[in-house]
Design a protein around this ligand. Sequence first.
Ligand code: PLP
Length: 478
Amino acid sequence: MKKGLEPFVWDYGAPGRVGAVLPEADVPFVELPPGIPPRKDLPLPEVSELDVVRHFTRLSRLNFSIDTNFYPLGSCTMKYNPRVNEKAAGLAGFVEAHPLLPQDLCRGSLELMGRLQELLGEISGFSGVSLQPAAGAQGELAGVMMIRAYHRDRGDDKRTRILIPDSAHGTNPASVAMAGYQAVQVPSDSRGNIDLAALEALCDDTIAGLMVTNPNTLGLFEEHIVEAAAAVHRAGGLVYGDGANMNALLGAFRPGDAGIDVMHFNLHKTYSTPHGGGGPGAGPVGAGEKLAPYLPGPVAMKTDGVWGLGMPPRSIGRLKTFYGNFAVLVRAFTYISLLGAEGLRAVSENAVLNANYLMKLIRGRYRIPYDRVCMHEFVASGQVTPGTRTLDVAKRLIDYGFHPPTVYFPLIVKEALMIEPTETESRETLEAFAAALLAIAGEAEADPELLAGAPHAAPVRRLDEVRAARDPVLRRHA
Ligand SMILES: *Cc1c(COP(=O)(O)O)cnc(C)c1O
């Protein structure tokens, strides 16, 4: 074993040790085609089953997960993922369905898609839903492309700009740019809403639309949502809703009723698919009458009582092979079906209650820049003393056994600490987390070095996160 490194699978085992016995081949042997010499040397670990189990169990314990720790990562909705979802997603009828099966042999899967489209439409107030997009960001791109197709169909070619509030998630301007539009920033007012006067001043016939997140990334309900949508519509634009924060609104507010024309859902956030580590997720889009014909397809459609697939009449086309990330759809369908309308409403009520309770517990020591009743998350400043940096507070939380909140986002709050507890956490957990944050505020005053050196008890210390993402070293041995 190399000194200073965690044991890895090559460190277990011995030459000749095996953990699996392959069955006799039941197909004839064939020679490799000429030009492909068999490899003489294939240095694979030679390990028993127990070695493999220990290896992966040990690796899994090096990470934080919602199954082991409180994970209040703002904007990401790291809620508990009920195990029954996994059971449903693992049913043989779903797992073993080949994506090229003729529709007659997979009516059950198609019905699940159709009924999920209907449920999402009912929850959000949209007449059409497509399950194609693989993530929220791809749903955004789909929605902006639908807006573009709508304007083009009407011969309205002078619209080149899309308005985006300055609190928006970075994927919003990225999606706008990918769809060929220019992103124009709209400032927020002192209550954290869109500055309505500034928005109205920007609304002219060069505006293709507005992209708005509600509740916004400050965790605040957008109080001018109806007026903002109306102003954009008066100028001939359309309104995109970023639905990533729907965990605050289930059963209480339908974006489709408030003037939003198209919106994405983050099934992996609101509807409890395990996420982090890069997916898979799903970002279905819902649309009202004007934009539903442009939805990406194919979508599930019912003809003579039977679910099949079809393309919306003016569809922007396909975004994903086959049926999207199907297992994520099964999880969302299971989650929604089991909770029902009342259960979903309780999800959002408890998510909002938990966030407000936690905000109250820490607001004596941590400044809340937009201090009003929050929705499912809130943004504090980590600057508990003039010299304290949010990054240090976040890293120190790891020593207390908590995953840090989102930091330095949204960009309009200096030293932002964005905290989303979700509905599945108990009062005791919230209080323990608040106690840790208060203790860290005390440490920041008494012993700033302690924070600057944190985490002290983690397998790795401070990483160059950008380099780790852009230039990862995935091989342990040269
Ligand atoms: C997570 C998130 C997105 C992007 O969703 P992905 O599924 O990660 O692509 C967009 N907007 C907001 C506000 C989000 O929180």
